[in-house]
Design a protein around this ligand. Structure first.
Ligand SMILES: Nc1ncnc2c1ncn2[C@@H]1O[C@H](COP(=O)(O)OP(=O)(O)O)[C@@H](O)[C@H]1O
Ligand SMILES: [Mg+2]
Length: 257
């Protein structure tokens, strides 16, 4: 895959850079990124594209001249919901946007799941199994909790946060970043969103939980039950800066069992 000299880096992560290059978004991964992870992300995008949701169309999966895997997808012009919320902090508009955010999550979760999505409990167990920073007994407890999970049928984005929603100029919403999509329980997906929001907009996280619980008609306790499990899964993503913080959620589990 070739990128032009006009490309703009939108995000730099430990394992990739996300560029806008004209009408394309291109994710260029580090050379050590396993091919199967790259193809899985592209496959998830292809699966979710069969729904009515506005999602990125995959254009190409190939290697750059430097030998790194890259995924190109169609660019959706607009502003992220994160940017809009950041601008609206401390105003009524912020609360409106938070409510929209919850409505959008319910829209995704209420979408009929495409065939062959991964099961949420399997994914959580696999992710927790990779977290060698946790001792084996703690890992086992959390994996057992995920193993006892009921099979849900909601589309669970798995990383639903305002940076992954783009609002177009005409007010259309577009959902990106489907790496972690599964079919599963909406309350576990909401637990992940709650943890992400405690970092992104700490002042809004509890309000999110209240709003989501009422709108989804799911008791908050059911969401909170999954916090240690999703925090452990999130640890497997290797974001070192968050390690201590995520651990604090996992340690709560020891008080329950
Ligand atoms: N198809 C797209 N159209 C417009 N913007 C996008 C698109 N895909 C990603 N983005 C923007 O790039 C950012 C990073 O991409 P994302 O897929 O979320 O990667 P990451 O896994 O690093 O979070 C998003 O937050 C969004 O702002
Ligand atoms: Mg993202």
């Amino acid at each position: 895959m070739q990128l032009s000299d006009n490309k703009v880096a939108l995000a730099r992560r430990h394992n990739k850079v996300v560029y806008q290059d004209g009408y394309r978004i291109v994710k260029v991964f580090v050379p050590t990124k396993p091919a199967q992870d790259v193809f899985r992300e592209a496959l998830n995008l292809a699966r979710i594209a069969t729904t009515d949701l506005n999602t990125p169309e995959v254009l190409e999966v190939s290697k750059t001249d430097e030998g790194s895997w890259a995924i190109a997808m169609k660019y959706f012009p607009g502003t992220t919901l994160h940017e809009l919320m950041e601008e609206a902090k401390g105003t009524e508009k912020f609360d409106e946007l938070l409510e929209t955010f919850v409505d959008l999550q319910l829209k995704v979760q209420g979408t009929k799941a495409p065939a062959a999505l991964n099961q949420q409990s399997d994914k959580l167990k696999r992710m927790i199994g990779r977290v060698k920073e946790l001792d084996p007994s703690q890992r086992y407890d959390l994996q057992m909790r995920a193993d006892r999970m009921r099979h849900g049928h909601a589309v669970c984005h798995g990383d639903f946060n305002p940076t992954n929603i783009v609002v177009g100029e005409n007010g259309d919403y577009f959902f990106c970043d489907w790496t972690h999509v599964t079919e599963g329980l909406p309350e576990a997906d909401a637990a992940m969103t709650y943890i992400l929001l405690t970092q992104e907009f700490p002042e809004a996280a509890d309000k999110y939980l209240d709003l989501y619980s009422v709108k989804a008609d799911i008791p908050k306790q059911k969401i909170q039950y999954w916090l240690p499990v999703v925090a452990a899964a999130e640890l497997s993503r290797g974001r070192k800066a968050q390690e201590e913080y995520l651990r604090s959620w996992i340690d709560v589990a020891n008080d329950f069992e």
